[in-house]
Design a protein around this ligand. Sequence first.
Ligand code: SF4
Length: 338
Amino acid sequence: MAGSFAAALLGWYDAHGRRGLPWQVPCPYRRWVSEIMLQQTTVRSAIPYFGAFLARFPSVEALAGAPLEDVMRHWAGLGYYARARNLHAAARRIVADYGGQWPRSVAGLAALPGIGRSTAGAIAAFAFGVRAPILDANVRRVLRRYHDEHATGAVLTRRLWAYAEEKLPPDRIEDYTQAVMDLGALVCRKVPACLDCPLKGDCRFTGDAPARVRPAKPARQATLLLARRSDRRVLLVRRPAEGIWGGLWSLPECARPEDARDCLGACGVDLLDHQLLAPVVHHFTHFALHIQPVLAQVRAGPSTPPPGSDMMWHPLDQPAPGVSAPVGRLLNRIKDLP
Ligand code: SF4
């Protein structure tokens, strides 16, 4: 059955698979950057970011030599910023510890920051032709359904890795790896298009259990302060490295609009006046962030931050530094407000 699985997939891939994507070349650097981008981002959304990233950082040496701030700025808008920090850290390891040469084994790749077993398998298969299984979210869904697997947790994961391993074809590993990814993305989607599937003859899928339907995302609240001076500069603060938007520039945050004065006071800034703006909701994978923006007219106190600190006064008429997508939209929203 393993042979027929791979043969059916490869036949389907020859007719329907995705080709001509900008990272589909046997280059470990391009494969690595694309695999990290695609962990939480669709192919369509990743393509323009990938082009801009490669234009600025055309090699692992260029990435390793760039300031982290620059890398974060080119990642801004993609979300999940730990990915950018890990890319930068891994690039420095590859240059410092491996002389710019990539480890070719799954174990060697998986020892680098931000590269798990599945991503290591994909890079090894695509860049070096290594017969390595992958198990990203799409492939998990295909294999779980194909075997009508109802185990959960670590047992499920162990079984899926075993299925992924046993199905590897003896050759064409690059095409097979792309094929199984594509099938999950294009056919065996959340609502599967079984009639179009090359595996429908052997697939045992009997339907997703109701318990596996994703529950509604929990909500979190945050108040973001757009503290604007009379010279139309807005206060930005750098977020901690860990947590959402880690390491990016952002707006001062407090629990409630009533806390704005204390929050800004802690930054050495006097609140003169403020108004609530229309709320926005930003969706993360596991929760929805309900943001209450507050436009605050302020006067910077004596502790106006020096360059190089974790605070800055950003001129609204200039491009924002590395900020998250919702913060970028909020800065745009107040550009023309009096
Ligand atoms: S037959 Fe349907 S459930 Fe089975 S792998 Fe294909 S699309 Fe998925």
